[in-house]
Design a protein around this ligand. Structure first.
Ligand code: SF4
Ligand code: SF4
Ligand code: F3S
Length: 266
């Protein structure tokens, strides 16, 4: 069933790797084609749009005029603030200028991924470009969907929640929806019984690793990381980092590149 009025979405890319878009491209409930052709009206998205250069800039300008106050602004990537933000420019304008302009006209702003939510990898020490999250440069509320990349269903659920209830879902103190980020990885981990009974992997590839024991001693940050990865999982194969034998590296938390390292312990 087609949405009677497809909500317009303007998606901005700044300092990032496009992994968040790649993650969304792999969602299958609904499949991406249905999402962008039937459910939402994707007005601007540099990875997915066919236009480029001047044509793309015109599309953004027209969408802003046509959907003023009505569109959802999604931001992927951190914002450079050092030296006036000159380290990230698109069409001759800084990310700082663009995000302020677009967000000021939006009905809601969603920061997808840890780059957009908290600055991400480019904000890691020594943060040469002064990268920060979107919420730090705007004087309006921003909904953060962190993760590197985040689970696309946390993003889609947030969009659908806004469209259904006309207001954002309940958020935690880091502006993350509580339905997705209200509990720790550790609270729902399938390896938790091994943690509770003291059965730990001591080294990658050891017999305990082969038996699926707890990854805490090889660096798992699940006890201090808030997200629903262990419940929602990724893609249709039901995989998630800890499930396939890799410690959680805390990718939904602010500054995890600095705070959660070393990722591996031996
Ligand atoms: Fe890439 Fe991670 Fe940033 Fe998403 S949050 S754009 S996956 S570096
Ligand atoms: Fe907790 Fe990580 Fe062990 Fe799972 S693998 S029980 S999240 S420490
Ligand atoms: Fe990230 Fe940990 Fe989930 S590394 S994807 S928060 S299991």
């Amino acid at each position: 069933v087609k949405s009677p009025e497809r909500p317009p979405v303007i998606w901005l890319h700044f300092m990032e790797c496009t992994g968040c878009t790649e993650s969304l491209l792999r969602s299958s409930h609904p499949p991406l084609a249905r999402l962008i052709l039937e459910l939402i009206s994707l007005e601007y998205h540099e990875t997915l749009m066919s236009g480029a250069g001047k044509q793309a800039e015109e599309a953004l300008k027209k969408a802003l005029e046509k959907y003023k106050g009505k569109f959802i602004c999604v931001v992927e990537g951190g914002i450079s603030t050092k030296d006036g933000g000159i380290y990230c420019k698109i069409g001759g304008r800084t990310a700082l200028e663009i995000v302020k302009e677009v967000a000021s006209e939006a009905a809601a702003v969603i920061a997808i991924g840890t780059c957009a939510a908290f600055g991400g990898v480019q904000a890691a020490h020594p943060n040469p470009t002064g990268a920060v999250g979107v919420g730090q440069v705007l004087d309006r509320p921003v909904i953060n969907i962190p993760g590197c990349p985040p689970n696309p269903y946390n993003f889609l659920s947030t969009v659908l929640y806004i469209l259904t209830f006309k207001h954002p879902p309940e958020l935690d103190e880091l502006s993350r929806p509580k339905f997705a980020y209200g509990r720790r990885i550790h609270d729902h981990c399938e390896r938790r019984p091994h943690f509770d009974e003291g059965r730990f992997v001591e080294a990658f590839g050891d017999p305990a690793h082969q038996k699926g024991y707890c990854l805490y001693k090889v660096g798992c940050k699940g006890p201090v990381t808030y997200s629903n990865c262990s419940v929602v999982r990724f893609c249709d194969v039901g995989a998630w980092p800890v499930g396939v034998g890799h410690p959680c590296i805390g990718c939904t938390e602010p500054n995890f590149w600095d705070r959660m390292t070393p990722f591996y312990e031996h």
